[in-house]
Design a binder for this molecule. Structure first.
Ligand code: NOJ
Length: 560
């Protein structure tokens, strides 16, 4: 495909289509700490990822998104950045990062990094200077006096997303209790004041630093949090999802100007760089505001991962997502799992509610109902075929292609997620989706670390993971890995040409749509259903003789 400029109109169209690779991409999320450990310290790293890039190439994805890999004291697994231009030493160094980007590109894989603009680490040089009394540094954060006679009460009633108050008090210049600083997450993650031009300039520069290192884009952490309501009013009692009364910390309209500015920077590069927003907003109408043509390219639409395994709800989510993104000329994104939510295989392994649920699926209460992981796996394989058949961008969270379940029995002493502590030990947190990957069926770390490793994996791996190892899965034609490979190949070959879907009439509990010459059928009901005549291109489980699709199964059928 020609990408050079010139006066040939056709070549120009082709070039812009190539630049819009993200509209159809499948992006693989690399949780670097748990992907592959090259040096035996039990922690995944850049060289481990380089070594395993062929796994991603063979899987057939278009891009990888790497969770934060910057220098960090790890109060929140790297989402507390101490230096945005340095690689965390446990992960490697800048030369290795540069090599990774080069090698990924050589495999035809684009590289998206994770930028964390809402907060820094409390060990960032700005914050340590602020605590040491540097007024200019202090003005880059949100310090306020407490309320009440001696300031004993926090400045407002906001709560940390991880539990407890969103404010921590620090000593004043006289050593006595002084002002509070805001942290919407852990105390080790002080919020920046985006009203301060120095903050804006600094992030412009960070973006350019990595774009100059050839990264193709950024996933924006907490994209809905940067602008706070002026005056920081109390939130008051509220329904978190009430769009008519947004929380004063989140999704404020002032945030959009920041992204217009970022878009101009991204567009100043050749090829243009891209953004995907992590923005937890009340509905897709609010999300679409982030996707206006002069703002961000895409944003995660999380309703897919909030939906139970029920055809009617999945269909509503798809319709709403396509419609609202389409109104602003944006593409949809399909996300089933990530490092913040329980893995979908396990979500589907219990009874399914009849409504969308919170993203954490109330994991704290799960132990009261046993998980049927065989059922969960059947459903996870089926939903993969739905998400990969839809138009737009699809995300794969590392390990879902190996059929990994959530690890629900991590012993309390091994848990690392700040949610566990900040929730007063009531919410087990997100560690269960972050357990290091199994690459080989044997050995103490399933090949995650080299054989001479000096430390155990940073989170314990379950004893039953041999069958999920990448090498085992690669060798088994019926494995989940080979299902993903086949679906990705077919997506590229057969589904690229047509972005419209047409729903087909189906019985209750069944969802079916046509895209180009392919029909995607999903059976979430209790009985077999008849499939249309046509070649079964791929199916998530055995399709019975005579073209019957069993429960908890999906298939793609070639119909033209
Ligand atoms: C969203 C990230 O995905 C999550 O892991 C992190 O804890 C918060 N943002 C805070 O940065």
């Amino acid at each position: 495909m020609p990408v050079s400029s010139g006066c040939d109109a056709e070549a120009v169209v082709d070039a812009s289509e190539a630049a819009a690779w993200w509209k159809t991409a499948v992006v693989y999320q690399v949780y670097i700490r748990s992907f592959a450990d090259s040096d035996g310290d039990g922690i995944g790293d850049v060289n481990g990822l380089r070594h395993r890039l062929t796994h991603l190439r063979d899987l057939g994805v278009d891009a990888l998104w790497i969770n934060p890999w910057y220098a960090s004291p790890m109060a929140d697994a790297g989402y507390d950045v101490a230096d945005y231009r340095a690689i965390e030493p446990a992960y490697g160094d800048l030369d290795q990062a540069q090599a990774l980007i080069r090698e990924a590109h050589a495999h035809g894989l684009r590289v998206i990094l994770d930028i964390v603009p809402n907060h820094t680490s409390s060990e960032h040089a700005w914050f340590t200077a602020a605590l040491a009394g540097d007024e200019a540094a202090r003005a880059r954060y949100i310090f306020r006096p407490g309320r009440g006679p001696d300031g004993a009460d926090p400045p407002n009633d906001w709560e940390s997303t991880f539990g407890g108050p969103a404010w921590t008090r620090v000593p004043g210049p006289d050593g006595k209790p002084g002002d509070y600083y805001l942290h919407l997450f852990a105390p080790g993650q002080p919020d920046l004041d985006w009203g301060n031009p120095e903050v804006r300039d600094e992030f412009d520069d960070i973006l350019r630093f990595w774009f100059d290192h050839d990264v193709d884009g950024f996933r924006i952490d907490v994209a809905h949090g940067l602008a706070k309501h002026p005056g920081l009013p109390d939130a008051g009692p509220r329904d978190a999802d009430d769009p008519t009364r947004p929380h004063p910390a989140w999704d404020q309209d002032a945030v959009h100007e920041i992204y217009r500015r970022w878009r101009r920077i991204a567009d100043s590069y050749t090829p243009p760089r891209v953004f995907v927003a992590e923005a937890w907003v009340p509905d897709n109408e609010r999300l679409a505001l982030y996707l206006r043509p002069d703002e961000l390219h895409t944003a995660f639409q999380f309703d897919f991962l909030r939906s139970p395994f029920r055809a009617d709800l999945i269909r509503d989510v798809v319709d709403n997502s396509l419609e609202t993104a389409g109104k602003v000329g944006a593409v949809s994104t399909w996300v089933l799992s990530n490092h913040d939510v329980p893995r979908h295989l396990t979500r589907y392994a219990r009874s399914q509610p009849d409504h969308l649920v919170e993203a954490h699926w109330d994991r704290a209460r799960w132990p009261t109902e046993e998980a049927d992981l065989v059922l969960g796996e059947r459903r996870a394989r089926a939903i993969a075929l739905v998400s990969l058949a839809l138009p737009g961008t699809a995300y794969i969270y590392q390990g879902e292609e190996l059929g990994l379940p959530e690890v629900e029995d991590i012993v309390p002493e091994a848990r690392q997620d700040p949610i566990w502590r900040q929730s007063g030990f009531s919410d087990p947190g997100r560690d269960g989706s972050r357990v290091p990957l199994p690459w080989e069926p044997t050995g103490p770390t399933y090949g995650f670390s080299p054989p001479d490793a000096t430390a155990a994996p940073w989170l314990p791996q379950p004893p039953s993971w041999s069958r999920h190892a990448a090498s085992e899965q690669a060798a088994d034609p019926a494995s989940t890995l080979n299902l993903y490979r086949a679906a990705l190949r077919l997506r590229r070959d057969r589904l690229g040409g047509d972005d419209a879907i047409t729903w087909l009439p189906t019985p209750d509990g069944v969802l079916a749509f046509r895209r180009g010459g392919v029909e995607c059928w999903l059976n979430t009901g209790a009985a077999d259903i008849a499939l249309p005549t046509g070649e079964v291109l791929v199916a998530s489980g055995p399709v019975r003789d005579g073209g019957a699709l069993p429960p908890d199964t999906a298939a793609w059928i070639e119909v033209s």
